[in-house]
Design a protein around this ligand. Sequence first.
Ligand SMILES: Nc1ncnc2c1ncn2[C@@H]1O[C@H](COP(=O)(O)OP(=O)(O)OP(=O)(O)O)[C@@H](O)[C@H]1O
Length: 234
Amino acid sequence: MVRAMSDSTFSAKDLACVRGGRVVFAGLGFSLATGGALVLLGPNGSGKSSLLRVLAGLLKPAHGLLAWDGQPVAEDPEAHAARTHYLGHHDAVKPVLSVAENLRFWAHLHDPHAERAGRAVDAALARFGLARLATIPGKMLSAGQKRRTNLARLLAAPSPLWLLDEPTTALDRASIKVLEDVLAEHRAAGGMVVLSTHADINMPGARELHLDRFSVAEEFDEPAALAGGSEVAR
Ligand SMILES: Nc1ncnc2c1ncn2[C@@H]1O[C@H](COP(=O)(O)OP(=O)(O)OP(=O)(O)O)[C@@H](O)[C@H]1O
């Protein structure tokens, strides 16, 4: 079942990110409305993963403002974490738990109502073709199966804002099609998506943001800005 989400906006204004003493990007902005999608493009090292971590609240921007419905995200980081699903490069599949147990873990964190969480897990397993792997421990999965288990978390623990770092990595063509359909349904229900990719992914109406257009050539050594590039503990 697709649950409709309320109208929202997610915007970034004049964002800058510093890592290892270097300005990765500066002057970056966008605005996403309900159902919107943004594709982050750019060569290796241009800052796609860094931007996704900034958007997830895991990395402090050196400059700029992130806002949800016009309210600065930094004013209520817990609310932002609750509305956000961030899937990074590294699979978060726990090796000794089975595929279903992994998903149940995430679903129950998100929704303490056991029956509802259980239904969400079953639907997520079916959607990503994982039903036959439900009892297999995470450590025995192939790279693509692990990736599908991670993506199934999006459905097992639904939230409005999906931030996905190269979600098609290790997926076969059929699984990419499933992901494309899931992304379209999420947007149709009022969700938002920001994802990075080096591959083609079909997302009708998505806007593109080319990170290399926001790169800055010179070194940046302002102490306050360097402090702003720190990881945020969670
Ligand atoms: N933990 C870190 N500490 C310091 N610098 C980092 C760190 N992680 C990334 N960087 C630097 O930040 C810059 C942007 O890296 P990032 O991973 O965001 O790029 P990307 O566009 O996602 O690259 P790729 O396409 O290779 O995944 C790079 O110059 C990288 O060296």
